[in-house]
Write a protein that binds this ligand. Sequence first.
Ligand SMILES: Nc1ncnc2c1ncn2[C@@H]1O[C@H](COP(=O)(O)OP(=O)(O)OP(=O)(O)O)[C@@H](O)[C@H]1O
Length: 322
Amino acid sequence: MISVTNISKTFRVPVPVEGRWAAARALFSRARTDKEAVRDISFTIERGEFVGYIGPNGAGKSTTIKMLTGILHPTRGEVRVAGLSPHKHRTDVARRIGAVFGQRSQLWWDLPVRDSYDILAAMYKVPDRDKRERLARLTELLELDEFLLTPVRKLSLGQRMRADLAAALLHAPDVLFLDEPTIGLDVVAKKRIRTFLQALNRDFGVTVLLTTHDMDDIEQLCRRVMVINRGELAYDGSIEALRERIGLPTTVKVTFGGSFSVPDRWEEPFRLAERGDDYVTLECNRSLISTMEVLRAAGAWGDIADVHMEEPDFEDIIHRIY
Ligand SMILES: Nc1ncnc2c1ncn2[C@@H]1O[C@H](COP(=O)(O)OP(=O)(O)OP(=O)(O)O)[C@@H](O)[C@H]1O
């Protein structure tokens, strides 16, 4: 559905000026230099995938999305969305894709939400019947009823995000690009958006590329994650494989029913992290040993009453990569 081959994007930017009166001198300086915002990135995304695209501020995420949507043209390399070049076939590609930029609405600020949908449907040449059917379905799924007649500027952030999602889906795109769709939302509103996105991907087969700084978004929604750092693709694969690659330990807390004794040494590759009155906390790398094997070993130390397992926090993993 999306194929990206060795794309790079270079911007001409003013040369940074240092020293006395730097700001004033920068204002009048004509010196320019090249800044490579995206460097030699390649990936493919199949139809129906839900992929997370993450990276620190300034890593090149938005620049990539802009090249995928045809807003920017790569300096080098090739982009194909549904077999088409977003730059050369911008209108055709626009019909196949939807985009939501959390920081900025594509709705008309002073108009009631429903009027924006009428304008967008006309722009995308959505037949009247399709528009009515889709809007009815989206209204139900996103609970738009309560504010369809309200001007966009009066909506809460959560309502606006739902309204924007519906706007991006009115022309039934195959691919949805989401840039921070849950930014600034409270827990309940985030959950609502995530549930909707899950259903959209699962039930309607929409391919989703999600950019976010919210690691819970990624963990709950994406099977695959791509990490970009300083313009380069640093990782592309599953969250589980990323956990294993970084090698942060899985923690297993074993509580014993009665007395227990910890031997001085054992064969299996796990370590004792903590010992309490009635429990031990063990750390292991699950690519080296299964939890069952850890428990089998700990079972020889006493009667196990309870087991609690914790995977390494995704946030910690990301910090390691950045
Ligand atoms: N139009 C532009 N002209 C010059 N430099 C740009 C332009 N757009 C982006 N850049 C630079 O390219 C780099 C990548 O920016 P980009 O917006 O793609 O990052 P990002 O990963 O989306 O960051 P964030 O998480 O902060 O949104 C940054 O150093 C940015 O300053």
